[in-house]
Design a protein around this ligand. Structure first.
Ligand SMILES: Cc1cc2nc3c(=O)[nH]c(=O)nc-3n(C[C@H](O)[C@H](O)[C@H](O)COP(=O)(O)OP(=O)(O)OC[C@H]3O[C@@H](n4cnc5c(N)ncnc54)[C@H](O)[C@@H]3O)c2cc1C
Length: 407
């Protein structure tokens, strides 16, 4: 195969890290590398809750893809993938078609709505810069409208967050800080605003240590967040939701329901001719699709079983970036010769932010961290992700350094 064609779909954590590694390890004449992404920018998905709450500007969490790729080695195509035809080794785009020798599918996640009536039509989701920006604008609009109506509507000030998992809690942490600012800006008494988390499990952050969960709940309740645990979202309407808790139904008037309770892989995976397991590709240890060995899948579109706990690895940026490194190594081995490596996850810990100045989590040695230490660690993690794809220049441009404002 002379100059194999490598096509990478998606410039999120998985796709961009793969390309960043490939462009370091392959020469100009080794392969034709093409990166396809629907926007001309990469957004930090792990910062989207901040964009959504309005605590950082949308531009802070994104950067131009052409700023971090080497255009002598990588051809960037801004387009939307519409179909993956793995049997024909082709990818269809809105504005054309690409063929490949090796494909990397890194198209990320979408909201999973579990068929809850009205959710798709009436809830907002934190899935991209544009979706996060919509939440930010929507919140401001509700606050602005409140004092402009003859009869102020309480539903404008009730904010419901569906899901007390990682994303929901990180978003609520930002909201708890943002709401007092919005109240000040729009002359609204803070006590009139409700932030309500609806979680079907009996706890938030399932899988986290109980001490960390207790810390998070105390921090958030202290800033006025209400939790409805063991509560099922039954219906979402434009002006309210129905929740069922302990067999009793409750109507909560709200014009803002943010759904953060579940993600699935990009629908294009399930629609493709690649064999999938409930929408994800259960990859081989080398991260290839079993039905199509020339297709690699990384990030939230890939399913990898964690044998230690007999459950799949959760969809995280940490795993997506580690998978991308293995994927890039294996592509280089296929192009230049060498041994393919199996993916091995190295757990570097998880830190959940609870707003600009609070966080909790555990680091690589299992040590639990809280408050200022965890906040600093979260920023180190965020900056490290920038370093991996764009080097020190990107960290200096987009990094988070405001550690001294933290408590
Ligand atoms: C608010 C929030 C907070 C999070 N916090 C953390 C955290 O603290 N730690 C952690 O490890 N994980 C966190 N996650 C999870 C993490 O963001 C995801 O697991 C990670 O982004 C997955 O990486 P990926 O490369 O698979 O997809 P993504 O990073 O989502 O990238 C997918 C890319 O594909 C592009 N794309 C999608 N469809 C198309 C198409 N049809 N055509 C062209 N391009 C397309 C998208 O625009 C995007 O650029 C968080 C997620 C959210 C939403």
């Amino acid at each position: 195969m002379s100059q194999p064609k490598i096509v990478v779909l998606g410039a999120g954590y998985g796709g961009l890290t793969t390309v960043a590694k490939l462009q370091k390890q392959l020469g100009v004449n080794d392969a034709q590398i093409t990166l396809v992404n629907k926007n001309d920018y990469h957004y930090e998905s792990t910062w989207l809750h901040e964009v959504a709450a309005g605590t950082i500007a949308p531009d802070k969490g994104r950067f131009k893809i052409t700023d971090v790729i080497n255009s002598a080695k990588v051809n960037f195509v801004q387009d939307t993938v519409t179909a993956i035809k793995a049997n024909e080794k082709k990818v269809e785009l809105e504005n054309g078609e690409l063929d490949y020798d090796y494909l990397v599918v890194a198209l990320g996640f979408e909201a999973a709505t579990f068929g809850i009536p009205g959710l798709l039509e009436n809830a907002l989701t934190i899935g991209s810069t544009n979706k996060a920006r919509l939440i930010r604008e929507h919140l401001e609009y509700q606050f602005a409208q409140y004092n402009n109506e003859a009869e102020p509507k309480q539903e404008r000030l009730n904010i419901v967050v569906g899901g007390g998992g990682f994303t929901g809690i990180e978003f609520v942490g930002e909201l708890a800080n943002r709401v007092p600012e919005l109240c000040e800006e729009f002359d609204i008494d803070r006590s009139k605003v409700r932030i309500i988390v609806v979680e079907a499990m009996e706890t938030i952050m399932p899988g986290f240590d109980p001490a960390l969960i207790e810390y998070a709940m105390n921090s958030l309740e202290g800033r006025g967040v209400e939790f409805k645990l063991g509560a099922f979202l039954k219906e979402v309407r434009a002006d309210g939701i129905t929740v069922e808790q302990n067999g009793k139904k409750e109507e909560i008037p709200t014009m803002t329901t943010v759904w953060a309770a579940g993600v699935r892989a990009n629908h294009l995976v399930e629609e493709s001719d690649i064999e999938d397991n409930r929408g994800k590709v259960e990859v081989t240890p080398e991260l290839r699709a079993p039905s199509h060995p020339d297709v690699f899948v990384v990030g939230d579109c890939a399913l990898i079983w964690n044998k230690a706990i007999d459950r799949p690895f959760p969809p995280t940026a940490q795993i997506a970036m580690q998978e991308a490194e293995t994927c890039a190594h294996n592509l280089v081995a296929l192009v230049k010769g060498g041994e393919l490596h199996p993916f091995e996850f190295i757990n570097r810990g998880t830190v959940c932010s609870l707003g600009e100045n609070d966080a909790m989590g555990s680091i690589f040695n299992g040590k639990q961290i809280y408050g200022w230490t965890a906040t600093v660690m979260k920023k180190v993690i965020d900056n490290r992700a920038l370093l991996k794809v764009g080097g020190l220049g990107l960290v200096l441009k987009k990094g988070k350094f405001n550690i001294f404002t933290s408590k």
